[in-house]
Design a protein. Structure first.
Length: 73
């Protein structure tokens, strides 16, 4: 999992200057959070921020979220 996190942080840092803002990139990012589809508004080198204001640290993220993010970005 640390390799996956490292790869995501590397891409966010190098390609998006440390923060991928979904609206600016015209990205439609969604994951299931607590059984409901939730939209991601931003991914930075530390956390995932959802449209509803919830913020989840990358280290505490679901492995499925990280896999999806890695494939998408």
């Amino acid at each position: 999992m640390t390799d996956l996190l490292h790869e995501i942080v590397e891409v966010i840092t190098s390609d998006y200057n440390g923060s991928l803002i979904a609206e600016e990139q015209r990205a439609d990012l969604h994951v299931y959070k607590d059984g409901q589809l939730s939209s991601i508004s931003e991914i930075n080198t530390q956390s995932i921020i959802f449209d509803d204001g919830d913020e989840v640290e990358l280290l505490d993220s679901d492995i499925n979220w990280l896999s999806y993010i890695k494939q998408t970005i």
